[in-house]
Design a protein around this ligand. Structure first.
Ligand SMILES: Cc1ncc(COP(=O)(O)O)c(C=O)c1O
Length: 403
C-alpha cells in the first residue's frame, strides 16, 4: 500500500496540479488535513460547499436518502426531483428544469437546446452561439469549445463548431458579431474563472433587448454565480434582466454532484428521447439540493453572502490600498471577490496563504479568488483578511504613509 500521494502519482491521471495537502475531514468553514492541521477554507470546493463542510442538515438529508432510495433512473418519477424542480421554478425566472450532474453537463444541455431552437424555431441550418472571451463553461468538448480561452483549446482540435467569442461587457462588439445564423448568446453574469469580472447592468440590458428583437436565446451560465454566491440568489438579479435559459451546478448540491438547465416554459422545447442523463436528478442528489435550498432560506444565507461580501470587499480594499505595489484592484459581488494583482503573483499568494492556514484559489495568473462558504461568519472573514495581510506584508514592503 502506498501513501495517498503515491496512489495519486501512480494511478490517478495527472490532470490537476495539486497542492501537497491531504484533507480528511471538515466542519463549517474549516478543513482538517491528515496531520490534524486546520485550514480556513475560502475555496469551498471552488464555490461549491455553500453550507460549508459537514453541515448537519445536508449530512442528515443525504444519509436519510441514502438509506431510503438512491437511484432509479429517469424511467420513473421520484418525489425529490419534482420538489427540487418546483423550488427552483418558484424562486427564479425559469418554469422547467433538466437535471444532470455538473456545470459542464448543464451547459451541454443548454447548447443542445439552443441548437434545436435555432433549427426548429428560427429555421437556421447550422445555428451559431456567441460567447465571451475569457469565459469559462466547462471541459467537455462542446463546453470547452464554448469557452473563450485559447489555453483550454490547445491539443483538443478540432473543436465543436458553431461558437464565436466577443469581448465581455462590450455591446458594440457583440452587436457586430450577431448575424442571421445566431441562435443564442451565452454569458456568465460575472465571469469567475476568467478573472472575477462582474457583468455590467447596462451591457446585459442591451443584450436582453438585442435578443428580444432578434428572437435570440439569452442563456446565462450561473454555475458559479448562482445559489446566492453573489449576495442575490441569481447573478442576473444584479443586472436588471431575466434570461431565457440559465445553468446551475456547484452550490446546488453543496458538494453532492448535481447540475441543472433551467428554462422559461416557452423555451423548454426538448421532447422525450432528445436529451438524457442516467444519474441526472436522482433522489440522492435532489435530496441534497433540497436541503441546500431550504437551508439557504432558513439560515438567511443569501443575505449573509451580501453582508459578509461587503465586509470582505472592504477588507480587501484596505489591503489593496496598503499594498498598492502588489495589488491593483478589488472586484466582485457578494462572496465572489477577486484581488487583482499588478503582476502574475496570484499563485504565489495562494501558496503563501496555504502555509499560514488559509485556502484560496486563483482566477488566472494575476487574480486571487475568494469564494468562502455562504455560512461564513464575520470572525472568519477577519481571520482570512489577517492571514492575507501577513502574506502580502511578507511579499512586499508596504507603501509607506498609506495606512
Ligand atoms: C461559470 C462556470 N461554468 C461551468 C463550469 C463547469 O462546471 P463543472 O466543473 O461542474 O463541469 C464552471 C466551473 O468552474 C464555471 O465556473
Amino acid at each position: 500500500m502506498g501513501t495517498v500521494q503515491e496512489d495519486f502519482d501512480q494511478h490517478v491521471m495527472h490532470t490537476y496540479g495539486r497542492f501537497a495537502l491531504v484533507f480528511v475531514s471538515g466542519e463549517g468553514c474549516y478543513l482538517q488535513d491528515e496531520q490534524g492541521r486546520r485550514y480556513l477554507d475560502f475555496v469551498a470546493g471552488i464555490a461549491t460547499c455553500a453550507l460549508g463542510h459537514a453541515h448537519p442538515v445536508l449530512s442528515a438529508a443525504i444519509a436519510e436518502q441514502a438509506r431510503t432510495l438512491m437511484h432509479v433512473s429517469n424511467l420513473y418519477y421520484t418525489p425529490q426531483q419534482g420538489a427540487l424542480a418546483r423550488w427552483l421554478a418558484e424562486h427564479s425566472a425559469a418554469d422547467q428544469v433538466f437535471f444532470c450532474n455538473s456545470g459542464a453537463e448543464a451547459n451541454e444541455a443548454a447548447i443542445k437546446l439552443a441548437r434545436k431552437y435555432g433549427r426548429t424555431v428560427l429555421g437556421i441550418a447550422e445555428p451559431q452561439i456567441i460567447t465571451a472571451q475569457r469565459s469559462f463553461h466547462g471541459r467537455t468538448l462542446a463546453t470547452v469549445s464554448a469557452t473563450g480561452q485559447p489555453k483550454y483549446h490547445k491539443h483538443f482540435y478540432p473543436l465543436v463548431q458553431g461558437f464565436s467569442y466577443v469581448p465581455y461587457n462590450d455591446f458594440a462588439a457583440l452587436q457586430a458579431a450577431v448575424s442571421d445564423t445566431t441562435a443564442a448568446i451565452l454569458l456568465e453574469p460575472m465571469q469567475g474563472e476568467g478573472g472575477v469580472m462582474p457583468g455590467e447592468a447596462e451591457y446585459f440590458q442591451q443584450v436582453r433587448t438585442l435578443c428580444d428583437e432578434n428572437n435570440i436565446l439569452m442563456i446565462l451560465d450561473e454555475v458559479q454565480t448562482g445559489m446566492g454566491r453573489t449576495g442575490k440568489l441569481w447573478g442576473y438579479e444584479h443586472l436588471g434582466i431575466e434570461p431565457d435559459l440559465f445553468t446551475i451546478a456547484k452550490a446546488l448540491g453543496g458538494g453532492m454532484p448535481i447540475g441543472a438547465l433551467c428554462a422559461r416554459e416557452k423555451f423548454s422545447i426538448f421532447e422525450p428521447g432528445e436529451h438524457a442523463s442516467t444519474f441526472g436528478g436522482n433522489p440522492l442528489a435532489c435530496a441534497a439540493g433540497l436541503a441546500v435550498c431550504h437551508t439557504l432560506e432558513q439560515e438567511h444565507l443569501v443575505a449573509n453572502a451580501e453582508v459578509r461580501g461587503v465586509q470582505l470587499a472592504a477588507g480587501l480594499e484596505r489591503l489593496a490600498h496598503r499594498f498598492g505595489n502588489l495589488v491593483q484592484q478589488v472586484r466582485g459581488r457578494g462572496l465572489m471577490q477577486g484581488l487583482v494583482c499588478n503582476e502574475p503573483i496570484a499563485g504565489e499568494i495562494v501558496k503563501q496563504a496555504i502555509a499560514k492556514g488559509l485556502l484560496l484559489v486563483t482566477a488566472g495568473p494575476d487574480v486571487v479568488r475568494f469564494v468562502p462558504p455562504l455560512i461564513v461568519t464575520s470572525f472568519e472573514i477577519d481571520e482570512a483578511l489577517a492571514i492575507l495581510e501577513a502574506v502580502l506584508a511578507e511579499m512586499a514592503v508596504p507603501v509607506l504613509g498609506l495606512r
